[in-house]
Design a protein around this ligand. Sequence first.
Ligand code: NAD
Ligand code: DAU
Length: 358
Amino acid sequence: MILVTGGAGFIGANFVLDWLAQSDEAIVNLDALTYAGNLQNLASLAADPRHIFVHGDIADSTLVAGLLAQYQPRAIINFAAESHVDRSIHGPEDFIQTNIVGTFRLLEAVRAHWNGLNDETKQGFRFLHVSTDEVYGSLAKDEPAFSETRRYEPNSPYSASKAASDHLVRAYHHTYGLPTLTTNCSNNYGPYHFPEKLIPLMIVNALAGKPLPVYGDGQQIRDWLYVKDHCSAIRRVLAAGRVGEVYNIGGCNEKPNIEIVHTVCALLDELHPLPTYHSPLTTYRSLIAYVTDRPGHDRRYAIDASKIEHELGWKPAETFETGIRKTVQWYLDNQSWVSNVQSGAYRTWVEKNYQGRS
Ligand code: NAD
Ligand code: DAU
């Protein structure tokens, strides 16, 4: 079996669902169920013995050591993290705790376990760390996309904490020989995306008739990847990636934020038109509101995914046009999922983040 951390979050849950849809290899899923963790994402696995959910923290060394000893996983995939840049600006501490201390404790527990394995099991073992393109910093307009050898220049507390975790993973390979793999991925989108991030926030706000807050001039560029393509890339790296290597994963879909928002509005206009009595609004676009920019906002990310394509034969299956249509349709079909995640804690966060932005 494999051990996944953070498997109740957005990408982790998609990964667990995809994995069990194509394989009978069981998953132990360790998740602390922070505000971003949601067992509803895994409701379809409630009676599936191949999914073993454990509520706990990656920084709990005793718990992790016990799980490794009990289940003897052949691989660990570390998704667990604090993941939202805006939250890291308001309060970096949790990011330091989970992304740095948590990854360190996880690595220590895994190293101790791995040292005790027999030679054959040791060789086949993998620790795959899921990271982000944000560790590379911001690209100028005409600069080439991030390759794996690009220097690290993290600009937010979130990206700095992920950069630190990447360095720890690298060090555990070089110093102790732990068989690690690291993936640095661009912006994901798709089902179960928590509605604090750009795309789900725009869909959810539009459907509620609320403003669509675009930071600054809306010309910041992100490279969008459909989450299921990210999952297939991780499976591929786990299966065939070279130990100690880093693989960048991206969708080849660079788009300015304002274009993303326009696309979401156009799809909603088509799939869920505003009622005619809702005058004076005829299009969701009328809800767009430019607000004060995110401090230290990175201007552009873009991934050069040629290494994973050439070495491992991976390519995304979705175009942005097909992926975003599926995503908008998923939110339309799953409005009860959205209302369930909109807990009191979520509302407090929204007030804190957008209060004072003119
Ligand atoms: P998310 O915030 O949706 O989910 C994170 C999950 O980790 C949640 O289920 C949460 O409960 C869990 N978690 C948090 N702290 C934990 C702890 N101490 N112990 C155990 N579990 C804990 O995040 P996501 O968007 O699914 O991102 C998953 C990973 O992918 C993160 O490492 C993130 O940095 C990385 N990543 C995300 C994106 C993206 O666009 N979302 C892109 C590239 C990389
Ligand atoms: O690049 C990978 C990263 O992508 C991941 O490592 C992070 O975990 C993930 O959250 C994401 O980070 P971003 O900061 O790029 O994502 P977010 O959805 O928060 O913002 C996307 C862009 O949209 C960014 O330029 C900020 C802008 N934005 C965001 C929000 C929430 C707005 O204009 N308005 C908003 O209300």
